[in-house]
Write a protein that binds this ligand. Structure first.
Ligand code: SF4
Ligand code: SF4
Length: 352
């Protein structure tokens, strides 16, 4: 009996060349999500991961469809949900009336999503653009900025999934939430929507865990997925939220992968959280026992920051980036600097 060839995304997971764009589980900036998805699809990513929101999914699909008519390959659409409280599912806010007029607005400077508008503005934070990274919270000397959780209720997950019909779902989980994870999977599967992969996002930072305890948690999640016949994809969050550009921030995901790899449950291990242009180089320098390498990488804040100047200019011109050929070409060249090293990696020993 001949086995069918794995699709492009599955092949990339096998080869260690998988690249995912994280648009942000809280990002509802509809004006740029379509452009971001189109750009990174043309740059060659295998998957885009967006908020589980019908309007966001519609924009992402429009961007992917535009990319496909311009030569891009098929790209998986993944939506992110959570089995409990999670920094990826929050938004910041403050009342600008309370800000002293003399404040130099450090909150605005640190926001990677340009979600805090310049004055005069009637809103503190543009909620659609905020993806909850939390950088503005400690930046305010008066402590005026607060974070609010916004999570889908578990009861709504099944019908939401049936509406969105994604290729894959990512569940953000945390230590001690095994039961909640199990209930979340039950809710997701209640509509029998077929999924190509069920990604699980979890990390060490902020949980006070050792790597071996994290491995135990992931084995528990694995037993749930196996019971349902779901194929896992482990997203190892080196840092809780991406968006940093320094070489140092990229180390966390690599170190987590290196320490977890010997005890991880079956399934591809993908780097995330603090990943940036240095991730690929650092990975080449890192010791790889037995030729192991991760299945790939996800880029979030850094992917967006790289092309933000062109997204912003397109906005100011009153058009989409896809409709502005000069800006598009420059932004695409930037996106490729992040994605290309991974796509060009030689397939060696199987990723793990
Ligand atoms: S810094 Fe982060 S949390 Fe604050 S407004 Fe910007 S995106 Fe939202
Ligand atoms: S840093 Fe604080 S006081 Fe200053 S503009 Fe931002 S929220 Fe207002």
């Amino acid at each position: 009996m001949t086995r069918s060839r794995p699709c492009r995304a599955e092949q990339a997971l096998l080869n260690g060349t998988w690249v995912k764009l994280i648009c942000g589980a809280s990002n509802q900036d509809l004006l740029s999500i379509g452009d971001l998805c189109a750009l990174y699809a043309c740059a060659g990513v295998h998957c885009v991961d967006v908020a589980a929101d019908p309007a966001v999914v519609r924009e992402a699909r429009a961007g992917l469809s535009w990319a496909k008519t311009h030569g891009a390959a098929d790209v998986w659409l993944m939506v992110s949900v959570s089995d409990g409280r999670d920094a990826h599912f929050r938004k910041a806010s403050f009342d600008p009336q309370q800000c002293p007029t003399s404040c130099p607005r450090p909150c605005m400077r640190v926001c990677p999503a340009e979600a805090i508008p310049s004055l005069p503005s009637t809103v503190g934070v543009d909620a659609a653009r905020c993806y909850g990274c939390g950088r503005c919270l400690p930046a305010c000397p008066l402590g005026l900025i607060v974070a609010h959780d916004h999570q889908q209720s578990r009861e709504d997950l099944g019908s939401l999934l049936a509406t969105l019909t994604p290729d894959a779902v990512e569940v953000h989980t945390a230590p001690g939430r095994g039961l909640e994870f199990s209930h979340t999977i039950d809710a997701l599967l209640s509509t029998q929507q077929p999924l190509k992969r069920l990604a699980v996002s979890c990390g060490l930072e902020g949980h006070g865990l050792t790597t071996s305890l994290l491995a135990q948690e992931l084995w528990q999640r694995y037993s749930v997925l196996r019971r349902h016949g779901l194929r896992p994809l482990w997203q190892l969050d080196g840092r809780p939220m991406s968006g940093d550009v320094g070489r140092g921030t990229a180390r966390a995901a690599i170190q987590l992968w290196q320490s977890l790899r010997p005890m991880a449950p079956p399934g591809p291990l993908q780097l995330a959280g603090g990943t940036n242009a240095s991730t690929w180089r650092l990975l080449q320098e890192a010791p790889h026992p037995m030729g192991w390498h991760p299945a790939g990488v996800a880029f979030g804040g850094q992917a967006r920051a790289l092309v933000q100047p062109w997204l912003q200019q397109a906005l100011e011109r009153g058009e989409r980036l896809v409709d502005w050929p000069e800006g598009w070409a420059q932004a695409l060249a930037q996106a490729r600097t992040l994605v290309d090293p991974w796509l060009k990696a030689r397939a060696g020993s199987p990723a793990c």
